[in-house]
Design a protein around this ligand. Structure first.
Ligand code: PAF
Length: 281
């Protein structure tokens, strides 16, 4: 596996593959890779001749009081893991490569509507940072396809919206969430959990499953959301949101609507913020 940090080296490698008629899949990450990331890589490998993974802790998607400074940076370990998982090229750019005019002065992409709710409402500016860096990565790598985890469900929707709206020639693929045996969605942030919090954390997935079951049995959406929120609070979580939305655009379903829904939760457990979701169909 080749590792490159700068744009000319990245473009030379891609040009070489393209000249041989090969297709390219991209897996964008912020590093600290785990089995969930490697499952994205496997999906990209199945669909493209060549696989590029990017590792970049993107400053513009973190709010001022978020975990940018302490976000785990484990490049050597990621490099070894990617090589073992059949990655062809690791792109690990410096901030100056991604933001040549500085993170504050660069052009920014705003996807309206779908970014106003849920994560967007609790993390102002977060999706501008995500959309901007993903668009830059698409322009740099020029992949045929890119794989993103469904765990960050709203992020996936925002990227699909951006790609559709800006007619970017990239096929966006959503990959299923990988879970620990007790249901906790794999995430780089799980390592922040204390031993006590780690025992409680799977209740997020259990609550999502219960919400799905109750809606399936005909219970009203709002009652199900409120009951789930109270249950999590009683267990020691501080939920940012507990919501049932339409899969398509994350808008609020009408009363009695049962098809094409997803339940989404974001909750703090101590100092760690966890998110997860579960589709109903
Ligand atoms: O999901 C992530 O790890 C990040 O939000 C992404 C897509 C790599 C953009 O920085």
């Amino acid at each position: 596996m080749q590792t490159v940090q700068d744009l000319p080296a990245l473009r030379a490698a891609i040009r070489n593959w393209r000249s041989q008629g090969q297709t390219v899949g991209l897996v964008p990450t912020m590093g600290n890779l785990h089995a969930g990331h490697y499952s994205l890589l496997k999906l990209a490998r199945a669909r493209a001749d060549r696989v590029v993974a990017s590792v970049f802790v993107n400053p513009t998607q973190f709010g001022p009081n978020e975990d940018f400074a302490r976000y785990p940076r484990t490049l050597a370990q990621d490099q070894a893991g990617l090589a073992e998982n059949d990655c062809d090229l690791l792109f690990a750019p410096e901030v100056a490569t991604m933001y040549p005019f500085g993170a504050e002065q660069g052009a920014s992409i705003h996807v309206p509507g779908i970014t106003d709710t849920l994560e967007g409402a609790h993390r102002p500016g977060h999706f501008d940072g995500v959309a901007t860096v993903v668009c830059k990565l698409f322009n740099m790598v020029q992949p045929d396809l890119a794989v993103f985890g469904q765990k960050d469900f709203q992020q996936l929707k925002v990227i699909e919206h951006m790609v559709g709206d800006l007619a970017l020639p990239v096929k966006v693929i959503g990959a299923p969430t990988l879970r620990a045996d007790d249901g906790l969605a794999l995430s780089s942030r799980n390592q922040y959990l204390s031993a006590e919090a780690r025992v409680l954390a799977p209740q997020i997935h259990a609550t999502l499953a219960q919400m799905r079951e109750l809606v399936g049995k005909g219970h009203a959406r709002r009652i199900v959301e409120e009951a789930a929120q109270s249950k999590l609070e009683r267990a020691g979580f501080a939920p940012d949101y507990v919501a049932i939305r339409r899969v398509e655009d994350l808008s609020e379903p009408a009363d009695g609507e049962r098809e094409g829904l997803v339940a989404l939760i974001a909750a703090r457990l101590g100092t760690t913020r966890l998110i997860d979701n579960l589709q109903f169909d």
